[in-house]
Structure formats: C-alpha cells, structure tokens
Design a protein around this ligand. Structure first.
Ligand SMILES: *Cc1c(COP(=O)(O)O)cnc(C)c1O
Length: 429
C-alpha cells in the first residue's frame, strides 16, 4: 500500500480508469499545475484553459490573493462545525449580503447543495407564508435545465443519462419550455399551489442558450403577479462571467459594487451561487434571500458540517474582492463582445461552425453536424494538441469560457489557435 509517483499522463489516466468510478469521460489531458489562464500537463505542455472548471475559476488559477487568504486561515482554524460560532462567518455574511444586496445568506459547499437548499426554503415559505397546503407545493423549472446531480435535482432534469435508473423521483416539479413566457404563464395560471420558478438566466450545460432580451424581466413580473418566488441559479452565470456581476443584472456594468439601481436588474427572490464564489479553490456555495423568506429556516431545519467554515468564508471574501480589484466584469464584457465578433468573421466563410452565441465570456460554438457525431470531440482533441483546452457539451456544441483575467493579447492568441484548428476540419464536412 504505497503511493505511486506519476511519471506520465498515460499512467495517470490508467490509474483513474482502473481505480476510479467511471462517472466522467474527460478529454485526455492530465493537468498538474495552473496559473492565471494557463494549465500545464504532466509532460509540461502548457495550455490555455477555455473551460475554467465550468466557470469556477473566473479569477484565474491559483490567484495569489485568494490562495493567500485561504492558506492563512487554514493555518489558523479550519472547521468548528456550526455547533459553535467562528470569527469569520459573520464577517463574510455581512460582506457578501452587502455585495449582492440581500438581507441574509445561507452558506453551503457545492452547487447542488445550494440548489437543494433553495428548494427547501421555497417550499417552507410556500407552506408558512403563502398558505399552500402541506406537501402540495409545486416548483416550476425549465426544460433542459442543469441544476446538479442529487436525487431531487435529477428528478426534474430531462437528460436521460442523468436520470435513468435513479428513480423513484422527487415529486413537486413541473417543466415548461425555456425562454417560453406563454408556457410559464399557462403553468402559473393553471397549476394550483405553485411556490416558485427555478431558472438559469443563461442555460450553460444545455449549450449556452441565451434567452430573449425580455425573458427574465417578464418571467420576474409573472412570478410577482402570481405570488411565487423567482429563484435564479447563477452558479455558472454569476460573478462576472457574463459581463455583469450576475446574469440577472442585464446590461448593468456598475463597477462600484452592485447598487442595483439599474433598470435592467431583475432581482430574484432567491439567488443561488457556487463555483466562482471561491475562485475555484474550495467548494463554497450560498443561497441569498431577504428576511421574510430566509427567516422561515430555523435551528435544526437545515445545515451542513462544512457550510460556513472559516476557510470557505475567507476564501470567498478574497474571491469576491478580486472581481472588483481586477475589473473582471468590464473585461468579460469587452473581451466577450470582441471574441464573438472575431468568431463571426470566421463563421461567415465556415462550413464547420454554424454559429457562436453567448454573453460576456460564456460562449459556445455550434458545430455543423448531427448531435451524435464526434466532430466536436475531435475538434477539442485537436485544440488540446494546439494548446487550448475546451470541452464539448451536448454532442455538437463547444463551450468557450476562459478565466476572466485573460488579456486581449492572450485572447488573440486563443482565437488564432481556435480558427487554425477549425480550418483543418473544413474539408471534412
Ligand atoms: C455546476 C452547476 C450546478 C451544480 O454545482 P456542483 O458544485 O457541481 O454541485 C448547479 N447549477 C448550475 C447552473 C451549474 O452550472
């Protein structure tokens, strides 16, 4: 029983294959180091990271300020559980609630846990504040949603792979088309006991689907009209990724913390955050809401051993400070516009790529091939050979989401890698 030394990527892949559960199908890149927008593999090949761990590493790999805050706290006190107080949690909760403009925060660890938390809060609010009969609350969700992997969350997924043979499923969820206000209003009008509407402001995993301009604001209005909670899952879209602090901020670029005075801001009743809340260095998630909603949760009714631990809290404070210290909102917005414009120049004469879509630095290209084809995968393997790491999502879509600290010069180099790689495929379509 000794620990082996990893000498090659191949060896590391074989170990995972043999000893690890096969619940992922990674691109064959074995990474050992990260810094800013770069990662290095076991053979010391350097890559641009164009996934950012699904938008967790918005602040760049191993950001010194975040790592500094985390290691300092790790040397001091790591975990008390919530049986006792710690001297960082309250400081973090004050900072984060002011930062996002809500009364209260409930700390968890992973995204899926935060989604579960939001569902529990929404249901409890429905029974205790709205007066819905116990066990009858319904939550409306969108088709092709991705909210995580727990039993309840996959209960309202329509991804066969995520669901099949994991039943019986949790009842109490109702699906409507994404970006479909008519179906949403129908459901709100005709379904008794609706408690909330849970939605991703942009559907990331589904393939970076950006809804119509007025979708979120109109959905918000419908929720108000029918007295149900508007719950935004910003785990992937939040924290500067889409060129505003949150995707629900719309076109608001306010750089002086979110003052939420912009007309485009669609304020959720419940906000769910994860991923970049820690800059990708530690699992930190959170649910934010105002008192009248959050106060339905009382001692003993929800919790997590690690949620709100001092390391997580210090890490999250630093990660949120970096967003404004380094102008990540502005950078994501400007470079996102530039990236799509440059890609569109290429696409104008391309047979391989149908379109590019996205917001800020959350983008995807759609490959001109059937969903079951391996073209997108093969393009990603070639991108890897050319020094850029990206991953297909849903067959023929490739997501491009670099860390938000990327510079224009670096992005130009990446666009050159991407277009050179795509060119090789033009004759094969
Ligand atoms: C990643 C993600 C989740 C799940 O987060 P985990 O930390 O993987 O549990 C939930 N919702 C959205 C929109 C996500 O992108």
């Amino acid at each position: 029983m000794s620990v082996v030394t990893i000498k090659s990527s191949q060896q590391a892949i074989e170990l995972e294959e043999k000893h690890g559960a096969h619940n992922y199908h990674p691109l064959p890149a074995v990474l050992k180091k990260g810094e800013g927008v770069f990662m290095w593999d076991v053979e010391d090949k350097k890559y641009y990271d164009f996934l950012s761990a699904y938008s967790a590493v918005n602040q760049g790999h191993c950001h010194p300020k975040i790592i500094g805050a985390m290691t300092k706290q790790a040397e001091t006190l790591t975990l008390t559980s919530r049986a006792f107080h710690n001297d960082v949690l309250g400081k973090y909760e004050k900072f984060a609630t002011e930062y996002f403009g809500f009364d209260k925060l409930l700390p968890m660890n992973t995204g899926a846990e935060a989604v579960e938390t939001a569902i529990k809060i929404c249901r409890k609010w429905a029974y205790e504040k709205k007066g819905i009969h116990e066990n009858e609350a319904q939550i409306i969700v969108a088709e092709n949603n991705f909210h995580g992997r727990t039993t309840t969350v996959i209960s309202f997924s329509n991804d066969e792979g995520a669901r099949k043979n994991f039943g019986p499923y949790t009842p109490g969820f109702l699906k409507v088309g994404y970006d479909n206000l008519e179906q949403l209003e129908e459901a709100l009008k005709n379904t008794p006991n609706v408690a909330g509407f849970l939605v991703e402001p942009i559907q990331g995993e589904a393939g970076v689907f950006v809804p119509s301009e007025d979708y979120l604001s109109e959905a918000r209005k419908l929720c108000k009209k029918y007295g149900v909670l508007f719950i935004a899952d910003e785990i992937q879209t939040g924290i500067a990724r889409t060129g505003s602090l949150l995707a629900v901020c719309g076109n608001c670029t306010c750089q002086n913390k979110c003052e939420q005075q912009s007309e485009t801001y669609v304020r959720p009743d419940i906000l769910i955050l994860g991923k970049a809340l820690s800059g990708g260095v530690y699992p930190v998630s959170a649910v934010l809401a105002d008192n009248e909603i959050m106060d339905v949760i009382q001692p003993g009714q929800h919790g997590s051993t690690f949620g709100g631990n001092p390391v997580a809290c210090e890490t999250a404070i630093a990660a949120l400070e970096v967003v404004y210290d380094e102008n990540l909102i502005q950078n994501a917005r400007e470079l996102g516009n530039y990236f799509r414009a440059e890609m569109n120049k290429y696409i104008a004469n391309s047979k391989v790529v149908k379109l590019v879509r996205g917001k800020g630095l959350l983008n995807a290209i759609v490959i001109n091939d059937i969903e079951e084809s391996s073209t997108a995968w093969n393009i990603c393997v070639d991108l890897k050979e050319n020094g850029l790491l990206a991953k297909p999502t849903h067959g023929n879509i490739i997501r491009f989401a670099p860390p938000l600290v990327i510079t224009k010069e670096q992005l130009d180099e990446c666009i050159a890698i991407i277009t050179k790689t795509l060119s090789k495929f033009e004759d094969q379509v």
